[in-house]
Design a protein around this ligand. Sequence first.
Ligand code: SF4
Length: 316
Amino acid sequence: MKNIYFERAIFLSWYCSKGDCKFCYMSTQKDKIQNPKLAKRRKETILAEAVISKMCGWREEFLSGGFDSYEIEELVDITKKIYEITGRKQWLNIGDLKKEVIKKFMQYIEGVSGAVECVNFKLRDEICPSKPLKPIFNMYKASKELGLKNSITIIIGLGETLEDFNELKNIIEEYDIDRVTFYALNPHEGTIFKVGPRTSYYVKWIKELRKTFPKMDIVAGSWVDRLEEIHELIEAGADHITKFPSIRLFGTKYAKQIEFEVKKTGNNFMSNMTTYPKENPKKILDKTSFDNELKGKILEKVNMYLKKMKSNEKNN
Ligand code: SF4
């Protein structure tokens, strides 16, 4: 029996300077965003999410986005603050970082995550034209030299086949990858993709990875319209699950289904998706070094989120 967590990615901004990966929601937004600085999320909103995550026993999958929206010093400050709130070192998924930059985050991070996305490299060149692999691989090398961990994100359903698994295996071995996050492609309106992968195919990737790397930390994403697959993802070898709008849909039938799915596998689910959390957010913030003004702003946002979660709970 293992302890399974729901992991929530914390997004730092709604802008990406690449903006042309063919599956990505950001690629449908880039032209609409004139000023990347304005796509930044407010610090108190980001930190409030971290507080809610702590209250509900969710883990942060990684801190994501924000590259070319924030100054590095600002990102370091946010990462430090999330670390203070959660007490957990974070994963950074904010682009291909150079060693000197990674060093600035060292105290607050467990490792870096590389958005490899697709291990059929010919296909990848077409799908992610502005996101070459070499800088990601260089980041992995730098991270290991600094004694940190490496993580990789892979989307299943982009057109790759199981024959490409060997490429994933090679990357894992060469760059000493500690953790793999799989996502089932979630086709976004306005992109060229219309359907996600079948669960039976998605599961094969997880099984193969688990068989090849028994100690690998595996996180698997599902989506609201395919939650009934979650028990299969866990039985195939996933350690944790991700990709669910856990605040917006807290306490709903979808959230209940996640708890049910994990229960089916006989494992412990450490995350609360349905019961209004009892912990006092103020107590969490009082343990931080934040000034009162910031604490007040975060608390305001936390209360807004809690209100939404409460109303979901009542209505379901
Ligand atoms: S780099 Fe990441 S955020 Fe940017 S378009 Fe590609 S997948 Fe989306």
